[in-house]
Design a protein around this ligand. Structure first.
Ligand SMILES: [Zn+2]
Length: 180
C-alpha cells in the first residue's frame, strides 16, 4: 500500500502545491500518508523519526493547503481525540491550489496596475510611509512624518518583481492544469 502511494507522490507537484511552506519535513510526512484514514500523529512520528509536535505542525500545513485531511475519534480511556490522517485526492489538491493561485494573480495584477499608474514619493527615511502624488502634493512635498523633502521614487524594480511573479504563477497554473 505504501509503495503505491510513494510511486504516485513522485509525479505529484506537492512542492508547488505547498509553495513557501514546503520543506523536507513536508515530503517526509507525505511519503508515509495514504489515501485512506489510517495514520495517527504518533505513527507518523515513529515512521519519520520526527517528534509528534513536528509531525502535527506539518500535518496542519498539509491540511491548510488542502492536501491532507483527518477524522477524529475520542479515545475512551484518555478522553483525548485521536486524529486519523489521509491524503486528499490529488485532483482536489490541485484544484484548491489553482483557485488560490488565480486569486493571487488577480491581486498582483491590480497591484501592478496601481504601480504603473502612480508616481510615488518618499523622504528616504525607512520608517516613513510611501506617498502617492496627491498625498505628496497635499503635504507640499514634505514628509508628513519627519518633514524632510520628498523625492519621486523609481518603482521599476517593484514593477519588474510583480511582472515576474505573475508570469511564474501563470506558468505554474498552466502546468498544473495539464495534470487535471
Ligand atoms: Zn519622513
Amino acid at each position: 500500500m505504501t509503495s503505491s502511494v510513494k510511486q504516485e507522490t513522485v509525479s505529484i507537484p506537492y512542492k508547488t502545491l505547498i509553495g513557501e511552506e514546503f520543506d523536507e519535513d513536508v515530503l517526509r510526512v507525505i511519503e508515509h500518508l495514504t489515501f485512506d484514514y489510517e495514520s495517527t500523529d504518533e505513527e507518523l512520528a515513529s515512521k519519520t523519526g520526527m517528534t509528534v509536535n513536528e509531525v502535527r505542525k506539518t500535518l496542519y500545513k498539509l491540511y491548510d493547503s488542502r492536501i491532507a485531511t483527518y477524522h477524529r475519534v475520542r479515545d475512551l480511556n484518555t478522553s483525548y481525540f485521536i486524529h486519523f490522517w489521509k491524503l486528499l485526492p490529488v485532483k482536489s489538491s490541485i484544484l484548491a491550489y489553482r483557485k488560490k493561485a488565480l486569486l493571487t494573480i488577480e491581486k498582483l495584477k491590480q497591484r501592478l496596475e496601481y504601480e504603473r499608474n502612480n508616481v510615488f514619493f518618499h523622504c528616504g527615511t525607512k520608517e516613513c510611509p510611501k506617498l502617492t502624488f496627491e498625498e505628496a502634493a497635499e503635504s507640499k512635498f514634505k514628509c508628513p512624518v519627519c518633514s524632510n523633502p520628498l523625492q519621486a521614487l523609481n518603482n521599476e524594480k517593484t514593477i519588474e518583481f510583480l511582472r515576474n511573479k505573475i508570469e511564474e504563477l501563470e506558468a505554474e497554473v498552466e502546468n498544473l492544469s495539464k495534470k487535471l
